[in-house]
Design a protein around this ligand. Structure first.
Ligand code: GDG
Length: 462
């Protein structure tokens, strides 16, 4: 087995709590690194006055991490700028809020070059290099320029936008060309893969064959749809832990016989939180007899607070939840419990299990792991119902959820009505099918599928 080098913007080494507080992705990647004695390389999250290229190597529970500090200007232009104010909105179809500043693009190029410069000496001839996500599109190209001939793969965690939308990005072609320095490029869904291929055919005159080979000029890569899963066994275990059971019990006590609907999301405009609140408001407005019988618990830990659009969505949700609670609450019942903080994984699992409905309404999402975690945490004998946006990547696999258009308050309202009335037999039948998929295509399956494709790829000459 080749040694694996994983590169991502941030690095999440194991914490030694049996994966208890580590996300599924980190658990899966750590397992792969342990097996292959690999290295996880990325930004430390810290800033330094002047970039030195100093690598901080650490070993945590058998996993080696290598991190570098960046300058404040790097963080502003590369991370807050190009990654999160240009690419993130555009790739989530929000060209209306994407910002196109040339300074951001320069910072993005500079940091990718810095990553390549510092990473290069760590790479040995037989290593597989696996680059993650939109922060690092050009990294493969920067490594090739330094003579790295190893197999290098790239996986995109967010959606790939439709061809016409991508044209609004200045220098879009330059960005897409960087993907042709990888051997394997993975997308979350068939839909994203098709959008990518459409761009390649229309804009680059490329050709595709039935085996996933994509050719432009003299360069061929393999492009695959490879949907990420969760660490299902670990999450099921977490949902049966003492912490989860206690949290579930406490939630049910505090629900006091009311049905709970749960939403868990990073506070991000792509997650459709406003639309969710509006759909629930519609439900309350049209189901007066249900007042006092149901409530929505929305957990939304803040993220990317330095970026203005994130400050705006936060203010807007504060106002909306206040308005809805003001309009409908009475002295013994509050329709929305809106919580701006995160919880440990086992407690989260207990909260999912206590909820009659998992309400997941992104306007666009690469995958959405919360939908999968909600299903994994359910009691098989009395499972809740997943309501899922058809615009989440997860909807391609999770066709037994109640699929809705999150832009329509009516569809959200009708799905809540249907879920609350759904007979046990139907709930079990739907849950079983969802669970079968989550068990079969878990995060280890995803990781194997990608690394096997990468191992099979013909090695290019340096
Ligand atoms: C990107 C893509 C893709 C949330 N609150 C708490 C908490 N979380 C955890 C969830 C879940 C993770 O964060 C969120 O994952 P998502 O998939 O829902 O969304 P993104 O953060 O946007 O992730 C996405 C993913 O990458 C993987 O490829 O699915 O489409 O956007 O695991 O549980 N975890 C804990 N406490 C919280 O309060 N412990």
């Amino acid at each position: 087995m080749s040694r694996l080098i994983i590169v991502s913007n941030r690095v999440q080494p194991p914490t030694g709590e049996g994966g208890g507080n580590q996300g599924g992705l980190a658990v899966a990647l750590s397992a792969a690194l342990l097996e292959s004695s690999g290295i996880w390389f990325g930004w430390s999250g810290e800033t330094t006055e002047q970039f030195s290229g100093h690598i901080n190597m650490q070993r945590n529970y058998g996993v080696t991490t290598a991190t570098i500090d960046l300058e404040e200007q790097d963080v502003e232009e590369y991370y807050n700028g190009y990654a999160n104010r240009t690419l993130w909105p555009l790739f989530h179809y929000r060209v209306d809020i994407a910002e196109f500043e040339s300074g951001f693009a320069e910072g993005y190029e500079r940091v990718n070059t810095r990553f390549a410069e510092t990473l290069e000496p760590l790479i040995e001839p037989d290593d597989l290099v696996w680059v993650h996500d939109y922060h690092l599109f050009p990294l493969g190209q920067r490594l090739r320029e330094r003579g790295i001939g190893n197999r290098i793969g790239f996986f995109l965690h967010i959606p790939w936008p439709p061809y016409q939308l991508l044209l609004s990005l200045p220098n879009h072609r330059q960005l897409v060309e960087t993907l042709f320095d990888y051997d394997v490029v993975g997308f979350q869904t068939a839909d994203s893969l098709e959008n990518f291929l459409e761009y390649v055919r229309q804009e680059m005159g490329g050709t595709t064959d039935g085996d996933g080979r994509v050719t432009v000029g003299d360069r061929s890569i393999v492009a695959i749809a490879c949907p990420i899963g969760i660490d299902t066994a670990n999450f099921v275990e977490a949902s049966q832990s003492a912490g989860a059971r206690y949290t579930c019990y406490r939630m049910r006590q505090s629900a006091n016989g009311r049905d709970m609907i749960v939403g868990v999301d990073r506070l991000d405009y792509s997650k459709g939180l406003e639309e969710r609140f509006l759909g629930y408001e519609r439900y309350l407005a049209t189901h007066e007899q249900q007042h006092g019988e149901v409530f929505l618990l929305q957990i939304a830990p803040p993220s990317r607070g330095d970026v203005q659009s994130y400050q705006e969505i936060r203010a807007s949700l504060d106002a909306l939840s206040g308005r809805i609670n003001g309009a409908f609450a009475d002295i013994e019942w509050v329709p929305i419990r809106y919580v701006n903080r995160g919880y440990p994984r086992d407690r989260l699992a207990g909260i999912y299990r206590a909820a009659r409905i998992g309400l997941v309404t992104p306007l666009r999402d690469g995958m959405n792991l919360v939908a999968k975690e909600y299903v994994a945490a359910q009691d098989p004998e009395d499972p809740g119902v997943l309501i899922l946006s058809r615009f989440a990547g997860a909807a391609e696999q999770m066709t037994d959820a109640l699929l809705i258009n999150p832009h329509s308050p009516e569809e959200i309202c009708d799905a809540i009505t249907r879920a609350l009335a759904m007979p046990l037999e139907e709930r079990i039948a739907r849950w079983r099918k969802l669970m079968d998929n989550i068990e079969a295509e878990d995060v280890m399956w995803w990781r194997r599928r990608f690394t096997e494709a990468l191992e099979k790829a013909p090695q290019m000459a340096a």
